[in-house]
Design a protein around this ligand. Sequence first.
Ligand code: GRF
Length: 210
Amino acid sequence: MRIAVMVSGGGTNLQAIIDNINSGKITNTEICLVYSNNSNAYALERAKKAGIPTTVISPRDYEQREDFNKALLQLLQDVNPDLIVLAGCLVVIPEMIVEAFPNRIINIHPSLIPSFCGQGYYGIKVHEKAISRGARVSGATVHFVDTGTDTGPIILQKPVMIREDDTPETLQKRIMEEAEWKIMPMAIDLIANNKVRIEGQRVFIDGYED
Ligand code: GRF
């Protein structure tokens, strides 16, 4: 399975994917492209170190957002990955791309969807909201991307208890280490080995044991 990974920041989820491919935990998978909207994203350095082709185009390079969307679609169609992985990608994926790759785009969100997700819930804000709400548990979710925001079928989730002395930063770090970097590689391996089936809003996984 050929995957294109879309990033915007530090790329620790990308690194987890690279490491799990190299260790054999992710099978039948190669990263054919790492795309970013941000030329300063450290994720691009991680890709280059791993010998993975990279490309950068930003909405700022275009007068109209529609022109950026068309350029991004063309880029992805030229590469034609089997799966697109959003790993900390801050670019809003336009409907034309979701429709061009139905059930072939997955995203990692740092909460247990449907909690603390949707418009405005990204990055550290997610953890600020979880702590200020007094939640006892949060975690991470890998889901298919549909035309909504964090609304596609859920593939995997992993809970992380919130501690009373947690700050948004300590919670974010623990969720990345204990949840994100585990369930994103697992979801990719399951899809690469045809173990994932979607029925409406639900996902069924062959041989799944929690
Ligand atoms: C992660 O916290 C992820 O949940 C969110 O963006 C962050 C990306 O971090 N979508 P990194 O770039 O993978 O380090």
